[in-house]
Design a protein around this ligand. Structure first.
Ligand SMILES: Nc1ncnc2c1ncn2[C@@H]1O[C@H](COP(=O)(O)OP(=O)(O)O)[C@@H](O)[C@H]1O
Ligand SMILES: [Mg+2]
Length: 368
């Protein structure tokens, strides 16, 4: 078993004149993983992918692929293949010629080329289309031919730069499934760049959230969503309520008491010790707060809130609610008619037992 990461990126810096596109990036990618680089336009995703693929030389830092340091090695001499955003096929070449282009460049014998092409075309369900030209294919089929052209080179690492951003929604979700299947069938390692959080969440084993040339956080989608280390990461995957908090008490059983503008809250804390006076930010997802629509319930652990606004979206109701000095967002999934409340109505709120806490100095901008 190879337990070493297939790719190691260590302290990579890349500058374009005055602009520092990558400001000391480190990441390990394990064999067979799909890793997504997620972040807004201009944060350095493409630059990082291009450094890994050998299209840019970094100014500092190391890239190691399968145990070999590959700094300065040109793209065609690396076991990586990059699939560009505009996946243009050669229009005057047939599907077969397009798919086997890279093999011809590498002077692979014709018989071997044919059998490999058959295999890969079967994998992406394009058998029998060998002799067609790109203009005789649908957009989705063209996309798959382009993917086959990359896959046939049997790379150790497949680099995809926003491969689905030009497709309509239906084709996009179909191609996501294709990519996951291909990964399983070929046991490929894939790095996938996207600015779309839903795409990243649905396809990735690990997400690296990037911000201005650095990786803010790397983790499984569930880690990124449930345990964000900054407000930036929390906001990039979904939305969240951020409450400024000060620790007023904690015990050995893992519960902590905090003071917020909503009042004093007692809850299960992460496995970390807190001291009275620590300044924190509590992160509460809108769907993890429940509204008690049963007016008879009146437990002391409940908070009372006043509805400021409600938006009915069919699959969910989004309420803006004032709780003492704080205003929060609460989502009610699958709202029934008797769960729709008007402005000014009072409701009881049930907070989740576990609330994610971030140290205030690491949290970043609260947006208020
Ligand atoms: N070839 C280049 N020349 C000059 N600046 C570049 C070049 N490529 C990228 N940049 C700059 O580097 C930063 C990161 O760009 P990029 O990696 O393309 O971001 P992303 O892919 O996340 O949108 C941006 O500020 C961008 O303007
Ligand atoms: Mg880009």
């Amino acid at each position: 078993m190879h337990t070493e990461p297939i790719l190691k990126v260590e302290n990579v810096v890349k500058k374009f004149g005055e602009i520092t596109a990558l400001d000391g990036v480190s990441i390990n990618v394990n064999r067979g993983e799909i890793v997504c680089f997620l972040g807004p336009s201009g944060c350095g995703k493409t630059t990082l992918l291009r450094v890994i693929g050998g299209f840019y030389d970094q100014d500092a830092g190391d890239v190691t692929l399968d145990g070999d340091l590959i700094n300065g090695i040109p793209p065609e001499k690396r076991d990586t293949v990059m699939f560009f955003q505009n996946y243009a096929l050669f229009p005057h070449m047939t599907v077969f010629e397009n798919v086997t282009y890279g093999l011809r460049v590498r002077r692979v014998p014709r018989e071997k080329m044919k059998s490999q092409a058959e295999e890969i075309l079967a994998l992406i369900q394009l058998e029998g289309m060998e002799d067609r030209f790109p203009n005789q294919l649908s957009g989705g089929q063209q996309q798959r031919v382009a993917l086959a052209r990359a896959l046939i080179l049997n790379p150790k690492l497949l680099l995809l730069d926003e491969p689905l951003s030009n497709l309509d929604a239906k084709l996009r979700s179909y191609m996501r499934e294709e990519i996951i299947k291909i990964r399983e069938n070929l046991n490929l390692t894939i790095i996938f760049v996207t600015h779309d959080q839903e795409e990243a969440m649905s396809i990735a084993d690990k997400i690296a959230v990037m911000k201005s040339g650095v990786i803010e956080q790397i983790g499984r989608p569930v880690d990124i969503y449930r345990y964000p280390e900054s407000t930036y990461v929390a906001n990039f995957v979904g939305s969240a309520n951020f409450l400024k908090a000060t620790v007023t008490g904690s015990d050995q059983q893992g519960s902590v008491e905090i003071d917020t503008k909503m009042g004093s809250l007692k809850m299960t804390a992460p496995p970390k010790s807190y001291s009275v006076g620590d300044r924190l930010v509590a992160v509460i997802r809108p769907e993890s707060i429940k509204i008690s629509f049963d007016n008879n319930v009146n437990s002391s652990s409940m908070l009372q809130g006043e509805i400021l606004r409600g938006s009915y979206l069919g699959s969910q109701m989004i309420y803006t609610i004032r709780v003492r000095e704080e205003v929060i967002t609460v989502n009610v999934p699958d709202p029934k008619e008797d769960q729709i409340r008007g402005i000014g109505d009072t409701v009881c709120l049930i907070l989740p037992e576990y609330i994610h806490l971030i140290d205030a100095e690491k949290a970043g901008d609260l947006g208020d």
